[in-house]
Design a binder for this molecule. Structure first.
Ligand code: BTN
Length: 258
């Protein structure tokens, strides 16, 4: 199941510090979407922690039907097969747990990193990573999960519309990064936070998010609701202080208003 097309990622095996993530691995030079590849692999019986990494994607997918710009040679696009059988109402916080793992990976480059609820990671107000967790559900339990992550690693050029809002570790730190080292660290951090969520629930995830939450105290819009972001509820919902009082929102996209 392995197509070794990416020379700079060949050393991953020796660097892995995980129990499951990346122990089964598929490397692709170009694919449509690693989330689709991981979903197919899961259907064919790929084990927990099977990872698909691509150098470039033709149809990289973001949340809410957006596309994920995925050029070759610089960044990381990967999807992890996760076989935790979670009730559907415990699925949303999994994205937050993954966000903490991604943020920790970026912080290792000594960058001040924030998690923008629910699925973005930011540095200096720019998006450095996005997370897309997908599943097929049956009888109120998730089927195999696919955890998709796009992380800006060495990119220095973006299309005009992304240039002011996107970034990479290299852009922020001024240093070219070794993609394989970032990938190994990312897999270890994400596995560790997903395990933490599965074992101990949402409390440790919220504790880790607390100092990293983007836009706290800012006026934001989420769908039709406008308010000041005051924090996260005990269930991982976003709390907005509005004219109608505190509203807790379980999903949506936050947009800063000032
Ligand atoms: C978002 O911020 O909207 C989520 C972006 C997720 C992008 C990653 S790249 C690897 C994986 N494959 C995809 O098609 N999407 C995810």
């Amino acid at each position: 199941m392995s197509r070794l097309d990416l020379p700079d990622l060949h050393g991953l095996g020796e660097r892995l510090r995980t129990t499951h993530y990346g122990r089964s691995l598929e490397l692709r030079a170009l694919t449509d979407s690693t989330n689709d590849d991981a979903r197919s692999a899961a259907r064919e019986g790929a084990p927990r922690g099977h990872v698909v990494v691509a150098d470039a994607q033709r149809r990289g997918r973001g949340s809410q039907g957006r596309t994920w710009d995925s050029p070759a040679g610089s960044d990381l696009y990967l999807s992890i097969v996760e076989r935790l059988a979670l009730p559907l109402d415990r699925l949303a916080p999994l994205t937050l747990a993954v966000g903490v793992g991604v943020a920790q990976t970026v912080e290792a480059a000594r960058l001040d990193t924030r998690v923008k609820w629910p699925n973005d990671v930011w540095v200096e107000g720019r998006k450095i990573a996005g997370i897309l967790v997908e599943t097929s559900a049956s009888e109120n339990r998730s089927g195999p999960l696919v955890i998709g992550i796009g992380l800006g690693v060495n990119r220095v050029e973006w299309p005009a519309e992304l240039e002011p809002i996107a970034t990479s570790i290299r852009r922020e730190s001024g240093r070219t990064q070794e993609r394989v080292a970032i990938l190994a660290a990312l897999l270890a951090n994400v596995e560790s936070w997903v395990n933490r969520y599965a074992d101990d629930g949402i409390a440790p995830i919220l504790e880790a998010l607390e100092p990293r939450l983007a836009l706290r105290g800012s006026r934001v819009r989420c769908g039709d609701v406008i308010g000041v972001l005051s924090g996260l509820s005990p269930s991982g919902a976003i709390c907005l202080e509005t004219e109608r009082g505190t509203l807790e929102l379980l999903s949506g996209t936050l947009r800063p208003l000032e």
